[in-house]
Design a protein around this ligand. Structure first.
Ligand code: GRF
Length: 190
């Protein structure tokens, strides 16, 4: 099976996915796509010799070019890893039940438009939460709303600062995302 990763930034989750599937005979990361020409994920993909594609708003929302590229490369499954743009309807329909995302909170709390990166962790801390977590979920036409696949939690101590909370969340993401993706991709039929 062939996976495409969409990412907008650093791509530490993309890195873990590329490492995880590097030696797999069944699953390959075949393409990394981004809306951000400066995204560090592009460097990471180069290091793994994985092809990349950069697109702009017009291409993504007004044309079928991204879908055509995915289909031409026989991509079976799409993984979002820190991708900040809403997925358009045509892409959802082209990959029904085959697009997943990871969110750095226990949804449905702390999700939705504007809830990404530090905004999430700041909101979690401002709310005085004693637990943070991650959610891996299917992607539909709204931000952070598709069916949940997996959730995990970590403890937030009173003494934790933003960096600590972020770190705990990121550790959980790195630990679980590759494994959960592998399980789902193995279940889909060709
Ligand atoms: C992660 O926290 C993920 O949950 C969210 O965006 C962040 C991406 O981080 N969707 P990275 O680019 O994988 O380091």
């Amino acid at each position: 099976k062939r996976i495409a990763i969409f990412a907008s930034g650093s791509g530490s989750n993309a890195q873990k996915l590329m490492e995880h599937f590097k030696r797999s005979n069944e699953i390959e990361i075949s393409l990394v796509l981004t809306n951000n020409a400066d995204a560090y994920v592009l460097q990471r993909a180069d290091n793994f010799e994985i092809p990349t594609h950069i697109f702009d708003k017009n291409e993504f929302y007004k044309t079928d070019e991204v879908i055509d590229l995915l289909k031409n490369l026989e991509i079976d499954f799409v993984v979002l890893a820190g991708f900040l743009w809403l997925i358009p309807k045509n892409l959802i329909h082209a990959y029904p039940g085959r697009i997943v995302n990871i969110h750095p909170a226990i949804l449905p709390k702390f999700g939705g438009k504007g809830m990404y990166g530090d905004h999430v962790h700041n909101a979690v801390m401002a709310a005085g939460e004693t637990e943070g977590g991650i959610t891996i979920h299917y992607v539909n036409e709204n931000y952070d709303e598709g069916e949940y696949i997996y959730q995990a939690k970590y403890r937030i101590d009173k003494s934790d600062n933003l960096e600590m909370v972020k770190f705990k969340g990121q550790q959980l993401e790195h630990q679980h995302y590759p494994r959960v993706v592998e399980t789902i991709v193995k279940k889909i039929s060709k």
